[in-house]
Design a protein around this ligand. Sequence first.
Ligand code: SAH
Ligand code: F3S
Length: 445
Amino acid sequence: MNIENKKFYIKTWGCQMNEYDSLTISSTIKKHTSYIETKNFIEAEILILNTCSIREKAQEKLFHQLGRWKKLKKKNKNIIIAVGGCVANQEGSKILKRAKFVDIIFGTQTLHRLPEMIVEKIKNKKFIIDISFPKLEKFKKIVPPKFNSYSASISIMEGCNKYCSFCIVPYTRGKEISRPFYDIINNILYLAKHGIKEIQLLGQNVNSYKSTGNNNTKHTFSELLKKISSIPMIERIRFITSNPMDFTDDIIKIYAETPKLVSFLHLPIQSGSNRILKLMKRPYSVEEYKTIINKLKTVRPNIQISSDFIVGFPGETENDFSETMKIISEINFDMSFSFIYSPRPGTPAAKLKDNVNISEKKNRLQTLQKKIKEQISYWNKKIIHSQQKILVEKSLPNTKNQFLGTTENNRKVIFNSQNDVLGKIITVKIIKKKNNFFEGIQQIM
Ligand code: SAH
Ligand code: F3S
């Protein structure tokens, strides 16, 4: 069948891992078929939905979206609808009960097989489902996405074995698998050769990274960081997400040795109450979390920390919540995320008795978010008049010599320059904040 010039469209919900997966889906389809991508779903003959199920209403959101696409399919019966991501893994063929018109269901670990599934579907017209977990095959088969700017994300591990009692990820993304060490390094060398200056390592728990190479050699996350930092063209390294339980001293040592590692770390604590942390099956205490931060601050005094918080976990008392507020004050976090606890099907916490009513949960969330906002303002003020290193990512259209760059703690800075600064890490003095941006003056060093 001739599929020349036909188009596919991808809609993505969820985390950075999902964004990355969608880029991978796109590059893999482009490599193996002649379909081209469109950002306008009206033009597309293949509609792909990459879903997220980390919190509630994922299913409802899915069926609403599918309802809209059903109308398109009524007008054009050649349209293929494919559903992937975490809801696909969680619900599988149950999706068909409410949306018979779905053509393909693919999983988080089988997205590389999507081109074959599409060809098969066109040939045989039959519904296809593959939500299996074929271990390393995905890492071997995917076509790494291309990046337009100077910063690229790369997945180093997937899945999770931690089974925090509230979390669906171990069920939807499967067991932890680490991508082979030299695969990652080769991928980064390739990106560096094509102008990438900043690498963001992605994974559900990047610091649990463990790969076994030839001759049974083992590689840890800290070794991976060290190796990447030895690549001269790579000037900045970030990673997300880490779990405090595996945040070992060898990683902290890398902060001491490697200035390329940014002074910004997302390290979710979830709650400031040891009792709740136990119920969440998070195997660290608040005191241990603080020890990690103190050690980090010893080697990197200016490091800024962000976190995720879950409010209203089953049985969370007023006292537990005030412990969370206490740790927030003590650490003085930057740019944190917070959520009301959402029971996830099949997780142990979903069976716990939840005696905190929803309006109380909402109040707590509001109190917490107010505090988080104040802390963001604190850090926003703190950088005024300071010198910051920024990666210059683009020149601004319709301006004369204006550029945009990003600081290590993810602030966007606009500045003027007569020089060739694109793709370089330069120092700017921050002058003021203007809306969501900062204005800076380039410092000639
Ligand atoms: N691996 C990361 C978390 C990934 S999930 C870690 O160890 O911290 C991203 C965030 O979503 C979590 O940090 C948590 O704050 C939130 N989250 C996960 N499941 C949730 C649930 N059932 N209800 C509310 N928030 C949840
Ligand atoms: Fe979820 Fe806990 Fe893993 S939050 S992703 S089960 S570390």
